[in-house]
Unconditional design. Sequence first.
Length: 350
Amino acid sequence: MRSTRTPVTYIVSWILLGLLTIATGSWGVLALAFSGPYSDMVRSILAVAFGITSLSTLIALSFRHWRWQAFASYCALFLILLIWWSSISPSNERNWQTDVAVLPYATIGGNLITVHNIRNFNYRSETEYTPGYYDKRFDLNKLEAVDIVASYWMGPAIAHIFLSFAFAGENYLAISIETRKEKNEDYSSIKGFFRQYELIYVVADERDIIRLRTNYRENPPENTYIYRVNGPIENGRRLFLEYMRRINELKTKPEFYNTLTTNCTTSIWLNNRVNPPQLPFNWKILASGYLPQLLYEHGKLKTDGLAFPELQQRSYINARAQAGDDAVDFSRLIRAKDINIPTNLPTTTP
């Protein structure tokens, strides 16, 4: 007598095909909804149509006679979607928001590097400011340290991470890897997966990029910390040159930002490949708020013998930045250890 039992392989294959259809269908719906062609209405229609097709394919997988034909048709449709997706190109020619409208670039002559279009806005509020830029020459031989800046606005797991390079004479150059947004465009982590933003390296005066976060961001407010990186200064020089290379590359060949693979922390991690051995990949790189703790655990931060909670408290700069405000020596003041700071600081310890 023929067995009526369903083979295990049949069940497993049905589950795998179903999961694959759900995953690709969800991605396709979101891709069309966010990045589809023409108007919002056309994007919505295409996204709904693809969603219905995916759901129909999922149902068809339950039937032996329809399964492979339906799945083959779905794969053909998904291939067309991928071809369209690959045709979406980044651009440097859009109606950019003022704070990211001007791209920086560098002129490299041996150890002397001239950085052009360093941002130095004069803020009256987060959204009201007078734009300003300047050029400055830096001598790599005078690089003294590298600092990592972590700014929190949504709990301990989420932070914006960027670097500041310290040259002799209290000369700091901050470089922040961000989304390059168009006017009337807001940031969304979900949209960041779907080629909605170009990538930009914001090169700025600390009095601009740090003071914006400590003194002017209110909705929500940000809590900012500065840590000194521990390591040979030669590593810092190689990293600075890699940043300059990437900045010049983006000026001629734009790239898309990606929430997961090309964001503020993963890009720093990738750029630091010029300094082997590379820091092992860790979930704390994706949960960017815990990156300072990860660096501490691997001996990558100067600690002065402090446990991480004490180091974190000492590294908190909001009170110092607000006291220093627009002082000429802003960078020195936010690193001063003799300014009283509050004891009820937001924690980033898991």
